[in-house]
Design a protein around this ligand. Structure first.
Ligand code: A3P
Length: 290
């Protein structure tokens, strides 16, 4: 009987698509997928399945808010919808466009030690993208260029034109957001801490978003084969019977190639002043190696 009652109450719940009230704006390769999937564990959170790229791609932005809303999941009154598109962080037009849609929206930014982020980006582009294109099926792909040839000019100075180097200058991009949004609407997550201890980071996000404290330490467990945390999935709002286990796929948590120590030192030196500025802007020292 109780089951029937619950079912009939469930059937009365109205679900509809709504514009997101929270965005994960970036940064690329800092754990954006882990963050949105882990947050989606929360019964009050529903995520868009794909990166929508509404604000950063003109061809999508021109389709208007109705189209954007159509890309979002159906939610109940008690839920929020969330979307992540990591290039929002670095695309100049985006902060203003987001503000135009909702000036009180909450923004989540996940960052990671900047040199590791560069190496992760480089790994994705040069070690894995070749394996999926047709040309590589018939012939072995050319060996990846060494990272040093991409980030350094022949005179040893840093090459700003290499996109992966630029994206790790977090202070530069964050400036555009704080020029438009109050810092109280932006929560910065430490991506390295999310790898080590997801629950603690997620708890902070729960508070920032004024969600009920529903996530539990036991929702996350370390998978030693993968070398990362995985989590137990809730199937719906009332499901406390965690029966589905989920890890991110092999494209997340890749082995990074070895990088010459001198190159790492050079990059750390390069980021030092930008990191300091970023700490000041966020009001937190992330302790990234200098
Ligand atoms: P690497 O593959 O370089 O290790 P994004 O989703 O923004 O592209 O970020 C990818 C990064 O998320 C991965 O980079 C990985 O380090 C990190 N990450 C954080 N938590 C993870 C988890 N639980 N499982 C897999 N990867 C995780």
């Amino acid at each position: 009987k109780l089951q029937n009652k619950e079912n009939s109450e469930e059937s009365k719940v109205v679900r509809r698509k709504t514009l997101p009230s929270v965005l994960i704006i970036g940064a690329r390769k800092c754990g954006t997928r882990a963050l949105i999937d882990m947050l989606n564990l929360h019964p009050q959170v529903e995520k868009a399945q794909l990166e929508v790229h509404f604000f950063d791609r003109d061809e999508n932005y021109e389709k208007g808010l109705e189209w954007y809303e159509s890309q979002m999941p159906e939610i109940t009154e008690n839920q929020i919808s969330i979307e992540k598109s990591p290039s929002y962080f670095v695309t100049p037009e985006v902060p203003e466009r987001v503000y135009g849609m909702n000036s009180t929206i909450k923004l989540l930014l996940i960052v990671r030690e900047p040199v590791t982020r560069v190496i992760s980006d480089y790994t994705q582009i040069y070690y894995y993208s070749n394996s999926t294109n047709n040309a590589s099926r018939s012939a072995a792909p050319p060996p990846p260029p060494p990272l040093s040839s991409l980030i350094l000019h022949p005179d040893g100075s840093i090459n700003y034109n290499y996109k992966a180097t630029r994206i790790s200058i977090y202070s530069r991009y964050l400036q555009r957001w704080v020029d438009i949004f109050p810092t109280s609407q932006i929560h910065v997550i430490d991506g390295d801490a999310l790898i080590r201890d997801p629950f603690t980071q997620l708890q902070e996000v729960e508070k920032f978003l004024n969600l009920e404290a529903r996530l539990k330490r036991e929702d996350f467990y370390f998978n030693s084969t993968k070398g990362f945390y995985c989590w137990k999935k809730r199937n719906d709002y009332n499901d406390t019977n965690h029966n589905t286990v989920h890890c991110l796929n092999d494209s997340k948590g890749r082995k990074h190639p070895n990088v010459d120590r001198r190159v790492i030192r050079k990059l750390r030196e390069f980021y030092r002043p930008f990191n300091q500025k970023f700490y000041n802007m966020v009001g937190r020292d992330f302790g990234w190696p200098e």
